[in-house]
Design a protein around this ligand. Structure first.
Ligand SMILES: Nc1ncnc2c1ncn2[C@@H]1O[C@H](COP(=O)(O)OP(=O)(O)OP(=O)(O)O)[C@@H](O)[C@H]1O
Ligand SMILES: [Mg+2]
Length: 635
């Protein structure tokens, strides 16, 4: 490179810059020097270009429009030209150039030439174009959406843009609404109640607001809107506005209201039908009974003198009246309005009694099988009503097995988890299964309805299963049916296991055999720890977080085997007071106190105390003493 500039280090530097084309022009615009950057960007070697006019780098159009001359003119007059535009490389390809031309003066101020710096900005320009294009497309997309009103609000809530959907749904054109406050879309009631203000506040604080409600169109009509407002933040997290999307849900809402309305109507008419059936059935059955009673009374009156006949008539009257009483009992059961006397029933003995009751009324062609697990949990129920329910099921089975068959009554423990009928926890499933005629799905749907019967007049009143159903519900259980035509039927009665139950299984079977301990402890962690230890020993546990809660639970029917209570609990009742109250109200219920303060132990008035911290062994010991049975810590 035998160039005039090579001896100056600064010029050497310029020579070697590759990102910028840096070169000089003489006053006429001919190239006088050329650096590596210029070589790289424009493609000409120094020898090729020095001495050529710089207009060579311009496009034909620009040359025709005399752009190069104007560039030099500007630099000459104003000292500098700055601009961007297409330039042409040696190979004819174009690049987007950012150009600076500086006028160079001699010491006397005379024009010596121009320094020209050109940068290839093609890539940046393309990137910027792509960005603009994406933004443009996005705008078109949003603008074109007509199902949603999509628009933006400034931080104060004024509309800053408006799409076609917004125009269609709300009725305003963009120039009518841009700049207006969005609260004008709200009803005056909502406005007065500060709803729009709260909406923005919520979006500002939480980033998002979502709601449904009435909004007002330009013509004053209302529509049911579903609205989302999103806060838009800049990089520093400052809110620069809100994006608002509104959907017109009026039709959807109306359709839903219509559906609800028709459901309501259907329900009303079904209720009327059921009521009609009930009244009809009742009237019919009582009419029969009254006919019998009246007839017998008539005959009795005619035969007052004949004690023999008189007695027969009176017997008839009493029988009919008793049947009437039976009917009312079943009806009351269905209405869940019968007086139940709930007590703990041990099903093993009970089922024995019931089957003895059932057997004589079965024909000899029916085989009766019972399968009762002897580990059965006791249940809480009314003995009379339970007996009646089992009889009702057994008689139905008998009636379904006209040609004989097998009647199986079984009972087993089950732990339910929401199925069937939302039942949860420990239950006894009592199943009555026959090999009879079975039922069609239509019949199966209606079996529990009062007075629903497929039996001929005089054979059934349709109240048997109503009693079973009502009774099961009333004690907090349920009944299910499973049947298929010609395949027999199976009814399952779910009876809740007794809450005060002492389960026969050991803890090894996953069941807590030792009963329930009511833990009273305000510290959740300590309570959990105690529960864990008691579980280990084979107790079931419930936790009350204060003495008051413990007393409430006891009053609500909780029946623990023993209470294990902390002495010191903040606020309200202490463990010692709790122990006194328990002794007064539930004298049979033992209570074990625990405390970490040894000086308090003296003041526990004879109630047993376990010193904190305690270990499994000492806990087992203390509880064993109270329950008068050994409690073993398994290894
Ligand atoms: N085990 C069964 N097998 C087949 N169908 C049954 C069975 N149990 C009940 N049903 C059907 O359900 C109907 C209603 O039974 P429900 O016990 O309520 O009344 P009923 O037996 O007809 O009369 P009631 O029990 O009042 O004398 C019966 O008429 C019968 O159609
Ligand atoms: Mg029946």
């Amino acid at each position: 490179m035998d160039n005039v500039l090579t001896d100056d280090p600064f010029k050497l530097l310029i020579q070697s810059i590759v990102d910028y084309a840096i070169y000089m022009l003489d006053p006429e615009g001919n190239v006088t020097s050329w650096n590596v950057g210029a070589e790289r960007i424009k493609g000409f070697q120094t020898e090729e270009i020095v001495g050529q006019h710089f207009s060579k780098f311009y496009t034909d159009e620009d040359r025709e429009a005399r752009v190069p001359e104007r560039v030099l003119e500007t630099a000459r007059k104003e000292g500098k030209f700055q601009g961007e535009g297409w330039r042409v490389r040696k190979d004819g390809t174009r690049f987007w150039a950012s150009v600076v031309v500086d006028r160079i003066n001699g010491e006397d101020g005379k024009l010596l030439g121009f320094a020209k710096i050109t940068r290839d900005m093609t890539e940046q320009r393309e990137a910027q174009h792509a960005l603009l294009e994406a933004e443009r497309r996005f705008r078109i997309l949003i603008q074109g959406v007509t199902d949603y009103a999509i628009y933006m609000l400034d931080p104060e809530g004024r509309v800053t843009n408006w799409n076609a959907g917004a125009e269609r749904i709300k009725g305003y054109s963009p120039d009518e609404i841009i700049g207006q406050h969005f609260s004008r879309f709200y009803t005056s009631d909502d406005f007065d109640a500060g709803v729009p203000k709260r909406a923005l506040e919520t979006a500002r604080e939480t980033g998002r607001y979502e709601a449904e409600g009435w909004r007002v169109r330009k013509d004053g009509t209302r529509f049911w809107a579903s609205v989302v407002i999103d806060a838009i933040k800049d990089e520093d997290g400052k809110i620069i506005g809100f994006a608002k999307i509104t959907r017109d849900q009026t039709e959807k809402r109306e359709a839903q209201l219509r559906l609800e309305e028709s459901r309501e109507q259907l329900f009303r008419s079904q209720k009327m039908e059921a009521l009609g059936q009930l009244t009809g059935g009742l009237a019919h059955d009582f009419n029969n009974l009254l006919t019998a009673i009246l007839g017998a009374a008539d005959l009795a009156l005619r035969n007052v003198a004949d004690p023999e006949k008189l007695k027969r008539m009176l017997d008839g009257i009493r029988n009919s009246a008793q049947r009437g009483a039976g009917l009312t009992k079943q009806l009351l059961a269905f209405a869940r309005a019968q007086q139940l006397e709930i007590r703990q029933i041990d099903l093993k003995d009970f089922m024995g009694d019931v089957t003895t009751l059932v057997r004589p009324s079965l024909r000899s062609d029916i085989e009766l099988v019972t399968e009762i697990s002897d580990q059965l949990w006791p249940v809480d129920a009314d003995a009379g009503a339970l007996e009646l329910a089992i009889l009702n099921l057994a008689f139905n089975a008998r009636d379904a097995m006209k040609d004989g068959g097998k009647l199986r009554i079984s009972a087993e423990n089950v732990v339910l988890n929401g199925q069937p009928e939302g039942l949860r926890g420990e239950h006894v499933a009592l199943r009555v299964k026959d090999t009879g005629s079975g039922m069609s799905p239509e019949t199966m749907e209606r079996v529990f309805e009062p007075f629903f019967t497929t039996k001929s007049f005089g054979e059934g009143t349709g109240l048997g299963l109503s009693q079973v159903f009502g009774f099961a519900k009333q004690i907090g259980g349920g009944v299910t049916v499973d049947s298929e035509i010609d395949k027999g039927s199976s009814f399952t009665l779910y009876l809740p296991a007794s809450r005060g139950a002492t389960h026969a299984e050991s803890k090894a079977n996953g069941v807590h055999a030792l009963g329930r301990v009511l833990i009273v402890e305000d510290d959740t962690l300590v309570a959990e720890l105690a529960a864990g230890m008691l579980d280990e020993l084979g107790f079931e546990t419930v936790v009350a977080h204060s003495a008051k809660e413990a007393l409430d639970r006891l009053a609500g029917g909780e029946k623990p085997k023993v209470i294990f209570s902390d002495v010191v609990m903040p606020g309200g009742i202490s463990g010692i007071e709790l122990a006194r109250k328990v002794r007064d109200r539930f004298p049979e219920l033992p209570i074990l106190l625990t405390t970490g303060y040894s000086e308090q132990i003296a003041g526990t008035h004879g109630f047993p105390v376990l010193q904190k911290p305690y270990e499994l062994e000492s806990l087992a010991d203390a509880l064993g003493k109270m329950l008068k049975r050994p409690i073993v810590v398994s290894q």
